[in-house]
Structures are given as structure tokens and as C-alpha cells.
Design a binder for this molecule. Structure first.
Ligand code: CUA
Length: 348
């Protein structure tokens, strides 16, 4: 292959990759719900991060065009031609202006990037929670998220409900991140950058969503077999709806006499060693709190939708749905299974 065509293919490939990376995410669907698009932030810290990354991308694109353009020009203009005499071109050493230029311009560029990045880091990490900020503690587990609202007395899992922030009334949510076992990483791309969730350490971050909707996220640090099934939803409500949700979650669990058999069975099995149903003898903390299980959209941290049928399959043998998860096959008979599922279905 001739040198110039090899060069052409190489450049075409590079340009293809660069444009795919730069423009690709821009073509994703633009509904706020269910899209994990870092280029379409809908929360204040995520917007600050996007701004600084666009600046970095723009500067790097400029450098790429100048360097690539000069290189392309040189390669084409001074390529070997038939009839060249084969002698080396004149060798020129030393040019103060040139050396000065290619020293100073990169220093200035790096300095600008440094200042812009440092400012964004300062703005995002140095934010002080306002008095009416919502405080949420998120605990990463293999492989689900425990979500606690210490001031509201609510504990839930995998689905974090927060109020929307409006210009008339800002309602950011400040998160304390902890891990019960290994390192995880909390990431909801449209709401904020990712933050590691480390055992024996408290990391902090915040989100300030500007539009109601459901934002999907996931664990972003490999944490074992079911890392890919450690999904997360942030459900952003208008202020009144958030209050309604919080009110409903604070209610004690439903005690439906119809589901007594299942309830009694549930309390007599080892279910209660791992799960909590608030106000009962079920006070385990290894697994998700079940007080309002049926208010959640998914089972197994986003693995399957939370329907009666999937719940039954899950209780029968979670290992068929989420292999390796800490909940074993409880070896229930069909009658026991039906009773327990009937009870769980009342936990709205
Ligand atoms: Cu938790 Cu990956």
C-alpha cells in the first residue's frame, strides 16, 4: 500500500471515531425519562460538568484541527514525487520564535483548562447544603441500593424519590454514600458525575434535578457477579407529589387480614433475618426493606419489573432471575409460596 493511501485510511478512521464519540450521544432520544445522556444534563452539578467538558472538547478539537491540518498539509505538499533527486532536503536547526511559540501556547492552554476545571470542582464539591435541602443516605450493597431518609424516617431500595428544584424554590438533594461490602459507584448520568461508594468511608455528592421524571442510573464500579444488575432510578416529583410519596412511605405496613396466613409464614421463616417490615419482628438489614415493597417499580435492583408474576418467580428462586444474589432459594412449597407472595403483594 502506498504511504499516502495508508495515511488517508488512518485519518479517515480517526475522524470517524472522533466524530462518533463527539456527536453520537447527541443523537440519542431526548425525552428526559429513561435516557442516560451525559450531554443532556437536567441537574445543576451535571450542567456544570457538561460546560467544562464542552470547553475541554472544544480546545482539544481546535488543537486536533491545527496539528492534523498542518500534518496533512506537510505530508501532501512534501510527499515523494517521481523524478525527485533522492537527496535529503536542507536541514535547518533552531528558531527562537517557533520554540517560544510551541512552549508558551501549550502552557497557556493547560493553564486555562486547569483554572476552568478547578473552578467547576470547587463549585460542585464546595456546595453548601441550604437549610431545606433533602438529605439522603445511599448504601451500596452487592447488588442493590439501600436508600435512607434519616429526617423523614423512610427506608427504601433502588428507587430514590426526590423533589424537583425550581428557580422560585431550590430543593437540592444531598447524598451521603456508604458501602456495606465492596466498592461501588453511584452514577445517574443526567443528574451528576459519578461518585465512588467505598467501604468504611463516607463520600458526599448532591443532585439538583430541574425537571420531574424518572432518571436511570447504575453502579459504575465493577463490584462482582451481578454488577450489571445494580440499577438505580431517581424519580423526581413536583414538590406536592414528593410530600405525598413521603407521607405514604411513612405509613406503617398494611396488615390485611386476608393475607394473615402468608404474614405468619413470612415471620416464621428466615425471611426476617434479612428483610425489614417496619414495626414488626422482621428487622433484618441484609436485604431491601419490604415495608412498601409494592410501591417500587422493579425487583432485584432493576432486573425485572415488579409484577405479581415476577415477584412469585423471584420468591420461588431468586437465583433464576439474578444468579449469585444473596437471597437463596427458600425451598417453599407451592402453598407456602402462594401465601407469602399474597402477603408481599399487600405491602403497598
Ligand atoms: Cu455495585 Cu457495581
Amino acid at each position: 500500500m502506498k504511504k499516502s493511501s495508508r495515511w488517508l485510511i488512518g485519518t479517515a478512521f480517526f475522524v470517524f471515531i472522533a466524530t462518533t464519540l463527539l456527536l453520537g450521544p447527541g443523537f440519542a432520544a431526548d425525552a428526559p425519562t429513561g435516557v442516560t445522556n451525559i450531554f443532556r444534563p437536567l441537574s445543576i452539578p451535571a450542567q456544570a460538568i457538561r460546560e467544562v467538558s464542552l470547553l475541554v472538547l472544544a480546545i482539544c478539537a481546535g488543537i486536533f484541527l491545527v496539528v492534523g491540518g498542518l500534518l496533512a498539509y506537510t505530508v501532501v505538499r512534501f510527499r515523494q514525487r517521481p523524478g525527485d533527486d533522492g537527496r535529503e532536503p536542507p536541514q535547518i536547526y533552531g528558531s527562537n520564535q517557533l520554540e517560544f511559540a510551541w512552549t508558551v501556547i501549550p502552557i497557556v492552554t493547560v493553564f486555562v483548562l486547569f483554572l476552568a476545571t478547578a473552578r467547576t470542582i470547587y463549585d460542585v464539591q464546595g456546595a453548601i447544603p441550604p437549610a431545606d435541602a433533602l438529605n439522603v443516605t445511599v448504601v451500596g450493597h452487592q447488588w442493590w441500593w439501600e436508600i435512607r431518609y434519616p429526617e423523614l424516617g423512610i427506608v427504601t431500595a433502588n428507587e430514590m424519590h426526590v423533589p424537583v428544584s425550581e428557580s422560585s424554590k431550590r430543593r437540592p438533594t444531598f447524598l451521603k454514600l456508604e458501602s456495606a461490602d465492596v466498592a461501588h459507584s453511584f452514577w445517574v448520568p443526567q443528574l451528576a458525575g459519578k461518585t465512588d461508594v467505598i467501604p468504611n468511608r463516607e463520600n458526599r455528592m448532591w443532585i439538583e434535578p430541574l425537571q420531574p421524571g424518572t432518571y436511570v442510573g447504575n453502579c459504575a464500579e465493577y463490584c462482582g457477579m451481578q454488577h450489571a444488575h445494580m440499577l438505580l432510578r431517581v424519580i423526581v416529583h413536583p414538590a406536592e407529589d414528593f410530600e405525598k410519596w413521603a407521607m405514604a412511605q411513612r405509613q406503617p405496613p398494611v396488615d390485611d387480614p386476608q393475607a394473615r396466613a402468608g404474614r405468619d409464614l413470612f415471620f416464621s421463616t428466615s425471611c426476617i433475618n434479612c428483610h425489614t417490615v417496619r414495626g414488626t419482628q422482621a428487622a433484618g438489614t441484609f436485604g431491601p426493606d419490604l415495608t412498601h415493597l409494592m410501591s417500587r417499580e422493579t425487583l432485584g435492583a432493576g432486573t425485572v419489573p415488579n409484577t405479581a408474576e415476577k415477584l412469585r418467580a423471584w420468591v420461588r428462586d431468586p437465583q433464576t432471575i439474578k444468579e449469585g444474589c444473596n437471597m437463596p432459594d427458600m425451598q417453599l412449597t407451592d402453598t407456602q409460596l402462594n401465601q407469602i407472595v399474597a402477603y408481599l403483594l399487600t405491602l403497598k
